[in-house]
Design a protein around this ligand. Structure first.
Ligand code: DGL
Length: 270
């Protein structure tokens, strides 16, 4: 048994889609969430910058004595997962391997679409992982940076999202995919309009559930699941207060939480 919290982070509210799955699979776990709202978006920034941000947050979470960390951000996973796992003892999970594995299980025609940030698309991380899993799979990828701001603004089912989706998804539709990876943790918040544009024949893959399941399997295998009779405590930190965070918690988690502002400066690598 290990009652220490699970640390989860993202550039903003996107990681709440992973928190939701962690809560549903492991309700008794304490969670410490960090949303880097002061420096969002990550998806348009160089990998090295995102790696530095991810390391600061990792050190912040380790300072809060977390037993494991979930990088609930595809961009940060692509930029920093192997580096952080090598450098820190705490087990760290990303979302990309889980997303690729889910997509591989889902696709029948071996044509997979990927929507993500430009950073994730540029990293080639999904393409590499999918090729490793099944070399027949072809990936059509599209960066959708506007979706991040739309999700942060709480525009979860707004006509503007559907209009943007019609433009962003054109090439992916033309490729005849039967599976679409929501390769940015903000995007499951926009699943309804995206799904309307893609139509019934295309299955949307949200890596969040498989990621939470991986973390659960790991904790179970290491006898490190929390044991308590109540549900866990959930604590939310942001690097800058935003008007929409509590509202987005309500949308993503069905409950409103008020975040605290945390200063990361003492966790930067000098
Ligand atoms: N939610 C993040 C992801 O999964 C990135 C959004 C951003 O900051 O650009 O990639």
């Amino acid at each position: 048994m290990d009652n220490r919290p699970i640390g989860i982070f993202d550039s903003g509210v996107g990681g709440l889609t992973v928190v939701k799955q962690v809560i549903s699979l492991m309700p008794q776990e304490d969670i410490i969430y960090f949303g880097d709202t002061a420096r969002l978006p990550y998806g348009t920034k160089p990998q090295e910058t995102v790696r530095i941000f991810s390391e600061e947050i990792t050190r912040f979470l380790i300072h809060h004595d977390v037993k494991t960390i979930l990088i609930a951000c595809n961009t940060a996973t692509a930029a920093s997962l192997p580096y952080l796992n090598e450098k820190y003892d705490v087990p760290i999970f990303g979302v990309i391997a889980s997303g690729a594995e889910e997509a591989q299980k889902t696709t029948k025609n071996h044509r997979v679409g990927l929507i993500a940030t430009e950073g994730t698309v540029r990293s080639g991380a999904y393409v590499r992982k999918l090729a490793q899993l099944d070399e027949r799979i072809t990936v059509t990828a599209q960066g959708c940076p506007l979706f991040v701001s739309m999700a942060e603004a709480g525009w979860v089912d707004n006509p503007a999202v559907e209009e943007a989706a019609k433009i962003y998804l054109k090439e992916i539709q033309a490729a005849g995919v039967d599976t679409l990876i929501l390769g940015c943790t903000h995007f499951p918040l926009l699943a309804k309009p995206i799904s309307r544009v893609m139509g019934d024949g295309v299955t949307l893959v949200d890596p969040a559930l498989a990621t939470a399941q991986k973390a659960k399997d790991y904790l179970k295998a290491h006898n490190a699941l929390a044991v308590r009779e109540t549900t866990g405590r959930r604590t939310f930190y942001v690097s800058a207060m935003t008007d929409d965070f509590s509202h987005l918690c309500q949308i993503a988690l069905g409950q409103s939480y008020k975040p605290e502002v945390a200063d990361l400066s003492q966790f930067s690598q000098k």
